[in-house]
Design a protein around this ligand. Structure first.
Ligand code: IPE
Ligand code: IPE
Ligand code: MG
Ligand code: MG
Ligand code: MG
Length: 267
């Protein structure tokens, strides 16, 4: 089965940019269309396709909403009151380009756009479950909880680092794979395995992110492990992800490929 690619995701996102002509919309478009790898929507759409054997409109709405939430989380994460970063994806961060106030509004607008977008889907029991899971994983039980833990981190031990990574990064990956599986009608045992795949991949993704950000003075897996240990840990998690993929009755080669590519990414 042909997999959904980045160009398809970019087209969906382009069609979703609001037409309102104001500076918040410009700032939002700058960040949303500014060259992300689109891993979360790719995981969501391809999981939905692998499980449901077709690409539903509902999966497309969830994928756009998820990338909007991810982008807002990055705009806010880069602000001076958080990580204070000037560069993202090789370009000026949203607040460097448009100022802090408009970056804040662009983030707010993206979260709102995510809600508007899921309301364009057709509500079935499975779709409602997927929408609930998406917003739970984005909020104070999910990504926002992770950002809180990150800001208050003590750099103490692996358990703490895992908890931070699980929530600040893992929960949006859980949303991607689990929402794809849910809206395509996977059963509850399968969803539990998809969730385990996403959780392990999410932690692994943050381990590699910390290696790429080694020079930054932020909470990191490098506070508690050497670079070599981090790589070994990421490889172990990736092997677990692949074994779990093989335990499901679907063609999940795309997840295995994304998990492998994680090691060679440059940003
Ligand atoms: C960056 O996510 C933030 C983390 C959770 C590590 P991505 O690496 O997916 O960022 P983009 O969207 O491709 O730039
Ligand atoms: C990002 O973690 C997590 C979220 C934005 C939710 P990081 O702060 O490590 O991500 P980068 O390094 O800025 O992309
Ligand atoms: Mg951060
Ligand atoms: Mg950051
Ligand atoms: Mg980082």
């Amino acid at each position: 089965m042909k997999t959904v690619d980045t160009a398809f995701v970019n087209e969906l996102l382009k069609q979703s940019v609001p037409s309102a002509s104001n500076k918040a919309t410009m700032a939002l478009e700058y960040s949303l269309m500014g060259g992300g790898k689109r891993i979360r929507p790719l995981l969501l759409l391809n999981t939905a396709k692998a499980v449901g054997k077709r690409l539903s409109k509902n999966a497309q709405k969830l994928a756009v909403a998820l990338e909007c939430i991810h982008t807002y989380s990055l705009i806010h994460d880069d602000l001076p009151c958080m990580d204070n970063d000037d560069i993202r994806r090789g370009k000026r961060t949203c607040h460097m380009q448009y100022g802090e106030a408009f970056a804040l509004l662009a983030g707010d607008a993206l979260l709102n756009l995510a809600v508007e977008t899921v309301f364009q889907g057709s509500f079935s029991k499975n779709y409602i479950s997927a929408c609930q899971f998406l917003f739970k994983m984005s909020g104070v039980y999910g990504m926002i909880h992770g950002q809180c833990l990150d800001l208050l981190a003590s750099g103490r031990d692996l358990q703490e680092a895992n908890q931070i990574a699980l929530h600040k990064t893992g929960d949006l990956f859980r949303a991607s794979i689990v929402c794809g599986a849910m809206c395509a009608g996977a059963n509850s045992q399968e969803i539990a395995i998809f969730d385990e795949i996403a959780t392990k991949f999410g932690i692994c993704y943050q381990v590699i992110d910390d290696l790429l950000d080694a020079e930054k003075c932020e909470q990191s897996f490098l506070d508690i492990m050497s670079e070599k240990e981090c790589r070994a840990y990421a490889e172990d998690l990736t092997n677990q992800v692949k074994a779990l993929c093989d335990s499901l009755p679907y063609d999940l080669q795309f997840i295995k490929e994304i998990a492998d590519r994680n090691f060679s990414r440059k940003f």
